[in-house]
Design a protein around this ligand. Structure first.
Ligand code: NAD
Ligand code: WQD
Length: 338
C-alpha cells in the first residue's frame, strides 16, 4: 500500500485525513513541529483506527531531517498541511508567516525533487479569492490576497504551477478549503486553537459551554438574508474524504489539479448560532459589534468541479457539523489545550 507523508499531520485537518488514510490501509508518516497541535492526537488516532501513525517531531524547514525521512520510507505522495493559518496573526507577524509557510514549502519541494518524489497535495484556502465578484465561487475566479497568510498561499500555488511547467512528471493537486468545521464523530479529535479562538465555530462552542460569555457578531449590515456574514462551512471529515479522492486520482489529469472543497451552501453567523443552540441545547448570547476589517459579505463555493473530476461532494449537513463540534467540545477539547 502507498506510503503517504503528512506534513502538519497532527493538526486539525491533517489528523482527520490521517484517520481516513489509515482506515483505507495506507501507511502514514507524519512530520509536525507541534507548534499548533498536541502529541496526544497520536493516541487518539490509535484509539479510533487501531494504528498509531509513524511520527517525527520535526520542522519542515529542517532539510536534513526531511531527507532522512524520505530516504527511510520512500514516500509515494505528500499531503502538505504544515503552515501557520491565522489571517490576523499573519498581519502582525509577516516574517514568521512567510518564513514558515513559504520557506517551509520550498524546503519540502527541494527535498522531494532530490529524492524523486513528485506527487503532492497542497492545502490552499478560499482566502485566495479575496473579495470575489461572483458567488458561488468557481476555481477560475480572479485571485488576490489581503493578508500575508493569503499571499503565502497564492505564492505557493504559483510555485507549484511553475514546478509543473518546469517538469510535467510532477503530480500536483491544490485544494482550496472553504470553512472547515466540526470534528470526528468519536469526539476524540477536533479543532483546538491556542488562546481565544478567531474563527466562528470554536468561539461559538466556547460560548455554549460557558467559558466565554457571549459571541461578538462582526456586523449585521451586510447584504445577506439576515445582515450577518455568510460562509461555506464544510465538515472536516468531508474535507478529509476529498483528500483521499484527490490522492486516488492524482496524476490522471495532465495538469495541476485545482479544486474547491466546499459544500456550495452558505450560512450566516445567525444561522450558525441557531443551529449550534439546537445541537447543544444551550442559549448562545451574542452582541452585534462593528464589522471585522477585511471580512467579505459572503463566500461560498461552487464545488461542482470536484464532483465532476473526483466524484466527491460533501455529505454532512450543518446540524451534523454542530453536533460533532459540540460532542468534541464537551468530550475532549479542553484536554488538548497546548
Ligand atoms: P493546524 O494549525 O491545526 O495544523 C497545521 C499543523 O502544521 C500544526 O499541527 C502545526 O503544528 C504544524 N506546523 C506548522 N508549521 C510547521 C512547520 N514549519 N513544520 C512542521 N509542522 C508545522 O491547521 P489546520 O486547520 O489543520 O490547517 C491545515 C492546513 O490547511 C494549513 O496549511 C492551513 O493554512 C490550511 N487551511 C486551513 C483552513 C482552516 O480554516 N482550518 C482553511 C483553509 C486552509
Ligand atoms: C466566519 C464568519 C465572521 C468570529 C477564515 C480565514 C480563511 C479560512 C477560514 C484559512 C465571518 C464571523 C467570526 C467571531 C463573528 N482559513 N465571526 N464573530 O473569516 O470566513 O475565514 O477561516 O485559510 O482564510 O479567513 O472564518 O470563522 O473567522 O468567520 O461574527 O467571533 O463569522 O465575521 O462572517 P472566515 P471565521
Amino acid at each position: 500500500m502507498k506510503k503517504i507523508l503528512l506534513t502538519g499531520g497532527t493538526g486539525y485537518i491533517g489528523s482527520h485525513v490521517c484517520i481516513e488514510l489509515l482506515n483505507k490501509g495506507y501507511e502514514v508518516i507524519i512530520i509536525d513541529n507541534l507548534s499548533n497541535s498536541s502529541i496526544k492526537v497520536l493516541d487518539c488516532i490509535k484509539k479510533i483506527t487501531g494504528i498509531k501513525p509513524i511520527f517525527y517531531d520535526k520542522d519542515i524547514r529542517d532539510k536534513a531531517a526531511l531527507l532522512k525521512i524520505f530516504n527511510k520510507y520512500s514516500i509515494d505522495i505528500v499531503i502538505h498541511f504544515a503552515g501557520l493559518k491565522s489571517l490576523t496573526e499573519s498581519i502582525n507577524e509577516p516574517v514568521n508567516y512567510y518564513d514558515n509557510n513559504i520557506t517551509g514549502t520550498i524546503s519540502l519541494l527541494a527535498i522531494m525533487t532530490q529524492v524523486n518524489c513528485h506527487s503532492i497535495v497542497f492545502s490552499s484556502s478560499a482566502t485566495v479569492y479575496g473579495k470575489a465578484k461572483h458567488i458561488p465561487i468557481r476555481e477560475n475566479s480572479p485571485l488576490s490576497a489581503s493578508s500575508p497568510y493569503g499571499q503565502s498561499k497564492l505564492f505557493i500555488e504559483r510555485l507549484l504551477q511553475d514546478l509543473y511547467t518546469s517538469d510535467d512528471k510532477w503530480n500536483i493537486a491544490i485544494l482550496r478549503y472553504f470553512n472547515p468545521a466540526g470534528a470526528h464523530e468519536s469526539g476524540l479529535i477536533g479543532e483546538s486553537p491556542n488562546g481565544i479562538p478567531n474563527n466562528l465555530f470554536p468561539y461559538v462552542a466556547k460560548v455554549a459551554n460557558g467559558s466565554h460569555k457571549r459571541l461578538l457578531i462582526f456586523g449585521n449590515d451586510y447584504d445577506t438574508h439576515d445582515g450577518t456574514g455568510v460562509r461555506d462551512y464544510i465538515h472536516v471529515v468531508d474535507l478529509a474524504k476529498g483528500h483521499l479522492k484527490a490522492l486516488e486520482n492524482i496524476g490522471t489529469f495532465k495538469k495541476v489539479l485545482v479544486l474547491n472543497l466546499g459544500t456550495g451552501q452558505g450560512y450566516s453567523v445567525l444561522d450558525i448560532v441557531k443551529a449550534f443552540e439546537a445541537a447543544s441545547k444551550q442559549k448562545i448570547p451574542y452582541e452585534i459589534v462593528e464589522r471585522r476589517e477585511g471580512d467579505v459579505s459572503e463566500c461560498y463555493a461552487d464545488p461542482s468541479l470536484a464532483f465532476e473530476l473526483l466524484n466527491w461532494k460533501a455529505e454532512f449537513n450543518l446540524s451534523q457539523i454542530c453536533n460533532d463540534a459540540w460532542n468534541w467540545e464537551n468530550k475532549s477539547s479542553k484536554d488538548y489545550d497546548i
